[in-house]
Ligand binder design. Sequence first.
Ligand code: GTP
Ligand code: MG
Length: 416
Amino acid sequence: MTETFSTGEAVERVIAIGICRAEQDGTERSVKELGALLLTAGAQCVGEMIQRREGADPATYFGKGKLDELKELIAQTDADGIAADDELSPAQMKNLKASLGVKVMDRTMIILDIFAKHAVTAEGKIQVELAQLRYTAAHLTGLRASLSRLGGGIGTRGPGEQKLELDRRVIHERIGLLKERLKELERHRQVTRRARARAGSFVVSIVGYTNAGKSTLLNQLTNAGILAEDQLFATLDPTTRMLRLEGGEELLLTDTVGFIRKLPHHLVEAFRSTLEEAKYSDLILHVIDASNPEADTQMAVVYETLRDLGVLKDREIIAVFNKWDLASERRLPRDIHASRQIKLSAKTGEGIDSLKEMLRACLLQRRLSFEHLFPYSDAGAISLIRKRGTICREEYREDGIFIQAQVPPDLFGRWN
Ligand SMILES: Nc1nc2c(ncn2[C@@H]2O[C@H](COP(=O)(O)OP(=O)(O)OP(=O)(O)O)[C@@H](O)[C@H]2O)c(=O)[nH]1
Ligand SMILES: [Mg+2]
């Protein structure tokens, strides 16, 4: 993970806490991941604490005894705050603050904070702010009590470092306004999608767990120059680039926001149109960090999210086992949804050519054999076929130009 240097303000010292509800439920890893999220948000994770119990205490999250232990750890590590791995209720926030005397946060607040920091486009910023406002509206009493008097620092920053709004009336007005703006932007996105569909472009979406290497892969394939960093949620806004393959075929590749376990539902809602991008694609590249011991779980999280978004149905998927330069010794998990799989390193470029061949095979599979006699005056049609398909035979006959080609379905329909 990248080291974080603070500018001015002291780096907040936070303890990550979680509840283990059953043996091997992944809590330990999830709390570790929360530590990484804290680091990405600009804080320092100075300790971890997990309690085994059937469920969170509705009043205080941890049970009494564990809470005392936590108090001790706070004193020992000189922590400024705690972050729970589950979304806290307003009552839990209030009570924890009263009992511990430090800032109280949860996983959702940290993720929202990172999203706010990384949002670039107008749409991204609106989506984050909307998610944040909805979260705040649902936790208002808890947040008022649980944040420090000044109300600043991590977990409280909106896009553009704007401070968390805690006035209910202002929040609701703002939600209304942002929803309207977002609708407008979504309309634009639909227009772009329709234009792509009309142009018959072959559209490929890159999806995967955060930090799996999606942006690195798109950069490697298309020299896109997108920010790729050892950070969680480096990318929030969809970026689309064209890739021209060996045979001259073109396809559109889109890289977008990554997934994580417990992705806050307010974020999923606000980012729905961005996350759903994959719904409008012909093919999905599922990028997996094969070097991560958690690859199995991460893969399951990705599929769960895709299913929730209604993306999985009838979609062709290639499993891209990335970071192969670090993982060649590892046993690969099985991606049961993928029809093809490939191992590569987006960083070194090893295996990229094979992926391009695979993409080409998928694209050509969608093509249909086509024969037609074009009048000499219709040179435009032939150049279109050359651009979008592959011409296998071209004969200049007395009555016109005879073409035999492999073409995408929409061109096939045009002259048949
Ligand atoms: N060793 C190695 N590192 C890689 C490889 N691919 C990506 N990385 C590194 O993994 C980190 C994350 O890469 P990104 O491309 O930003 O990942 P992402 O999936 O776009 O992440 P988010 O946008 O945060 O969801 C970066 O530090 C990359 O340099 C690879 O094949 N091998
Ligand atoms: Mg990225």
